[in-house]
Design a protein around this ligand. Structure first.
Ligand code: AMP
Length: 415
């Protein structure tokens, strides 16, 4: 089905074709006509499903069809939770808008870099703004930007923007917008509490749910869980990378410090590894991401900073060196691989201390993976993962003490 049959004007269908998008993805098929019709949208779509273009294309068309374009006033605002996602979404919009006439003035604004170039760029106004909430508010405070003419608001990774971490900033941004506007909320996950909150902000939204692949279809991301002693994870990771010839691996750990340490250790083990986390300067973050995309690093060790929204072509392997805090974070982390139809592998390291937590993630995900043992790395820590939690086998059930110990250790791992 061509893009034009969804109601897109030929210039935008051509812009999509120029990016190699010949046919719409399912989320685009559902979302584009709905956005063009002017309604609110609550869309759950897997990462890698093409959700950026699902809102960027109709956003541009709504802008083209709107009132005269001078003087420039911000009529479309896209909010995202991270700087990298702002840059990525801005790039998609820039490419799609490149050949439009008239062409909207697009501003991408995020923190961690000097505000001055953004202030300069906003002279003479802007038509479309992609921003992280904090920097957007800074720009408003500098009188560089007014949001009273916004007709279309997009929240990308909406569940993150709606959760506590962003609650204040989001409320302040929303207070600056006209009450009558179109709202599009996109995310890979909408936990029930967040969906309730989202619905309070939306007006009779169309619910778009792109189903995950059915069980008959080959899973896009193959998952493996490996039982290993806590202290042997680095060695195991090194061996897996070498034995399997993994060349592009994103490794998730719990803290910035752990990211630095593990990247350093891998580097000493002659693996091209570096770290990517919120403690680095914005320049360093951008540089690392660019180099990883250019395949100059084999391994990037990161925190959940990289878990959301980032698209890295041909990222075949994601490793949970430390388990994610929640099943939702797990979905986001493994969503970095297996994107845009490519297949991916997600490996989770499970230690005696984190077994209970892993089982909770599995339960929430509705999956149950065999806990693998790798020769030479069979776990020996107390409460061995293969035995703990088997429940039904007499004499093998974890004692109350085991459970308490595992829960306490899992809790400690999360802090
Ligand atoms: P997203 O979910 O927006 O991060 O997109 C994931 C990837 O899919 C990106 O590399 C897009 O360029 C690509 N993509 C988006 N829409 C299409 C389409 N209709 N056909 C082919 N690739 C697409």
């Amino acid at each position: 089905m061509p893009f034009t049959s969804l109601g897109l004007v030929p210039s935008l269908a051509q812009a999509a074709a120029d990016l190699g998008f010949t046919a719409p993805t399912p989320v685009q098929t559902d979302a584009i006509p709905a956005v063009l019709a002017g309604g609110d949208l609550l869309a759950t779509a897997q990462t890698g499903s093409g959700k950026t273009a699902a809102y960027a294309l109709p956003l541009l068309q709504r802008w083209l069809a709107g009132p005269a374009h001078t003087p420039r006033r911000v009529r479309a605002l896209v909010l995202v939770p991270t700087r990298e996602l702002a840059a990525q979404v801005g790039e998609v919009l820039r490419l799609l808008a490149e050949k439009l006439a008239p062409r909207p003035k697009l501003i991408v604004a995020f923190g961690g870099v000097s505000i001055n170039p953004q202030l300069m760029a906003l002279r003479g106004g802007a038509d479309v703004v992609v921003a992280t909430p904090g920097r957007l508010l800074d720009l408003v405070e500098h009188n560089a930007l007014k949001l009273g003419a916004v007709e279309l608001l997009v929240l990308d990774e909406a569940d993150r923007l709606l959760d506590l971490g962003f609650a204040d900033e989001l409320a302040r941004v929303l207070a600056l917008l006209p009450a009558k506007r179109q709202n599009l909320f996109f995310s890979a996950t909408f936990p029930p509490a967040v969906e309730t909150l989202a619905r309070e902000l939306l007006h009779e939204p169309l619910r778009v749910d792109v189903p995950s692949p059915t069980q008959d279809e080959a899973p896009v991301v193959l998952q493996r869980a490996i039982a290993v002693d806590d202290k042997r994870r680095t060695q195991l990771l090194r061996q897996l990378i070498k034995d399997n010839g993994w060349q592009r691996v994103l490794v998730f750990v719990a803290t910035q410090y752990a990211a630095e340490r593990l990247a350093g250790k891998l580097h000493h083990g002659e693996i091209f590894a570096t770290s990517f986390h919120g403690g680095l300067s914005q320049g360093a973050r951008q540089q690392t991401l660019k180099e990883f995309k250019e395949k100059r690093w084999d391994v990037v060790v990161t925190t959940d900073l990289a878990a959301r929204g980032l698209h890295i072509d041909q990222l075949p392997v994601v490793v949970n060196y430390d388990l994610p805090r929640s099943a939702v974070d797990h979905v986001h982390r493994i969503g970095r691989t297996g994107r845009a139809g490519e297949s991916g592998l997600a490996v989770s390291f499970v230690t005696a201390a984190t077994l209970a937590h892993w089982q909770l993630i599995e339960k929430r995900q509705g999956m149950s993976l065999p806990l693998e043992h790798i020769a030479g790395f069979e776990p020996t820590d107390p409460a061995p993962p293969a035995e703990a939690g088997t429940g039904g086998i007499k004499g093998k059930r974890p004692s109350k003490k085991d459970k308490l110990r595992a829960a306490a250790a899992a809790q400690k791992g999360e802090d």
